[in-house]
Write a protein that binds this ligand. Sequence first.
Ligand SMILES: [Mg+2]
Length: 282
Amino acid sequence: MSADTTPTGAAPAGATPAGATPAGAAETAMADALGRIATAGHLLVALDFDGTLAPEVDAPRAARALPEAQDAILRLVALPDTSVALVSGRALDSLIEVAEAPNTVLLVGSHGVEYRVDGEAEVSLSPEEQKLRGALETILTETAAPYDDVHVEEKPAGFALHTRLADESVTDLVLAEARRRVAAEAPAATERVGKNVLEFAVRSASKGDAIARLREITGASAVFFAGDDVTDEDGFRALAAGDFGLKSGHGDTAAAYRVAGPPEVAHVLDDLAELRAHLGRS
Ligand SMILES: [Mg+2]
């Protein structure tokens, strides 16, 4: 996969400037900011899963967080005044399966539509939303049916078309047809674009909504958020002064800091767990 590729001039440790600062200065700034957030009164560590904790794989069910990341998560969630949440575009059931996280870790699925809090899952659709979801199912399964390399993922609040295995001409054709039919037959649905995935949902929620809600649920005084995809940008934009945004991989970002990919994210989480365990809270 190409997720580990850094932009030009990357230092070996993997910290690269999100702006135009030299790599060394960016690393120092990131280390300083990490040291500051480690002392937060109540820290929320919110993490995207795929491409951030887990390297991208072709079979979504085979994705697992890197051992170093999983270890850091378990150490963080065991610390006092520290909450950990996984915030994913996956349906909650799928996230539960791949995350292998204890009930003390908060889970957010479907970009903020579903939550698992204290081990309890919650989502509920109105009759109108259920009807719209049925229309989306018909449209997307019919659109994908002629193509072996395109598959439809069922989500609690909608459906997603996956084109990772399809070639570009098929992808273009399928996406155009899906958009045309949704606009005509299910115009109330909202569209979300990700890496090789086009999702239509009956309820609009974003990772920004998820960060805001998690801040409320946990009473966090500072938030650390890491993500790799375009949908994570809503999360980065929901951060405020004193928070910490970490972009995994390349692409434009609103995050203040960037590393090359999941192995480097794991290092940062390991450092954060170490700092917070030793510095304690101010
Ligand atoms: Mg991701």
